[in-house]
Ligand binder design. Structure first.
Ligand code: MG
Length: 416
């Protein structure tokens, strides 16, 4: 339970594509500019300058609609090669601070700066310096949010834009949550927000008035996740891995499990599934981890690290089940179980599977150790290779939940 306070920064470039265009063409400065497709070809707005936003023009809006709102709108065709080049500059700055950088799009990322290359204890200072460096290097502004987790950091970065810096210190989390509307919850799009409002849930904290059962009847399997968020709890790690360095599965149960034998069976099955994933990727892992959430929402993880690394399903399952002895599972009802493996090694050559550029990503580096503390921090669902953890936790959630992004039409431009 007692994991150290994390320091997460979410950095988001301001009106990214539009700002790059305005930077490169002085004619465009001070004018309502959008980047996107042609209005007569059903184009949409990929990014809107702040001057255009003043007219109500927004990302993902049909271009014809945008032109109606702002007749003097200047439409610029997107140049993704250029945006990618700027993006590479920005991400190089991020990665010089910490290897724990999780890209969300070309212009947006989470950074875990709990440990950082500047040995800077204050995440606020890290964010401030990064903003300065981005401006010096690219001539562009970014907004940053600083918070103890990803959920809050992302809301914070959008709090004051452009060129904003919003800090949600741990002791201010509750006050911050109190100000938020229910649609600030990750995974709650307009459809779900309407449903929740119909039940009198208007503010984010109103969610707390509902027990899981009642909330489940409204939002399905996301109830647990939304309840946690409403308390400001989000233990998803910042996942810098382009190639996965961990893999896990977990499950929330409709009815709490109390039978230890049933719990063992569940853990055994999950461990075998993650072992199969290792096998497929020709990887081995040193660490086996389980996660248990009790009926009062307390969540614990237990892990077992050994050499040599293994992909053997029997061994991984045996070690995972044995870890249950270090929990109160069975004695206390269990609402969620998870099992996973991490600290990967390529099976073929025994070398660590670090991504290029992430120097010496062995378990001995501070950042890897930090991650190792919460290898199962993902929301329900497998945190497998290529899985994007920022979207809603479940497959059945709204797909319309991140409308406020510069990357609407840029989604096809690839991730950094
Ligand atoms: Mg942006």
């Amino acid at each position: 339970m007692a994991s150290p306070q994390r320091r997460i920064v979410h950095v988001d470039m301001d009106a990214f594509y539009a700002s790059v265009e305005q930077r490169d063409d002085p004619e465009l400065r001070g004018r309502p500019v959008v980047v996107g497709g042609r209005p007569d070809q059903r184009g949409v707005v990929a990014a809107a300058s702040y001057e255009a936003r003043a007219f109500g023009v927004r990302s993902a809006m049909p271009m014809a609609n945008a032109v109606r709102r702002c007749p003097e709108l200047v439409i610029v065709r997107p140049d993704f090669t250029k945006y990618q080049a700027v993006s590479r500059q920005v991400f190089a700055l991020f990665r010089a601070v910490t290897p724990a950088v999780e890209p969300l799009s070309l212009d947006e990322a989470y950074l875990d700066v709990t440990e950082n290359a500047w040995a800077e204890p204050l995440a606020t200072t890290v964010a401030k310096r990064l903003k300065e460096q981005i401006r010096e290097e690219t001539g562009l502004t970014a907004s940053a949010g600083v918070a103890p987790n990803k959920f809050l950091a992302k809301i914070a970065s959008g709090w004051r834009k452009p060129d904003g810096l919003t800090v949600v210190a741990p002791e201010r989390v509750e006050a911050f949550l109190q100000q938020l509307p229910v649609n600030a919850l990750l995974g709650v799009g307009p459809v779900t927000a309407r449903k929740l409002r119909a039940h009198g849930i208007v503010a984010l904290v109103d969610v707390r008035r509902f027990d899981v059962e009642r909330l489940t009847s409204i939002v399905g399997s996301r109830a647990d996740w939304l309840l946690r968020l409403s308390h400001g709890i989000d233990d998803r790690p910042v996942q810098s891995t382009r190639r996965a360095r961990s893999s896990s599965s977990e499950r929330t149960y409709a009815e709490d499990l109390t039978d230890l034998e049933a719990i063992r069976k569940e853990i055994d099955g999950m461990a075998r599934r993650t072992a199969a994933g290792l096998e497929r990727r020709k990887m081995t892992a040193r660490t086996v981890t389980i996660k248990v959430r009790y009926d009062d929402f307390t969540t614990i993880t237990r892990s077992d690290t050994r050499r040599p690394p293994t992909a053997d399903a029997d061994e991984i399952a045996r070690r995972a089940v044995a870890l249950l002895e270090r929990t109160d599972a069975g004695a206390r009802p269990v609402r969620l179980l998870g099992a996973g493996v991490h600290n990967f090694t390529a099976a073929a050559d025994g070398a660590p599977s670090s991504e290029p550029g992430a120097a010496a990503e062995s378990a001995r580096t501070p950042s890897a150790t930090a991650r190792a503390r919460e290898p199962l921090g993902n929301p329900p669902g497998d945190a497998g290779e290529g899985g994007r953890a920022d979207s809603a936790p479940d497959a059945d959630s709204d797909s319309d939940s991140d409308a406020d992004s510069d990357s609407g039409a840029g989604a096809g431009a690839g991730r950094v």
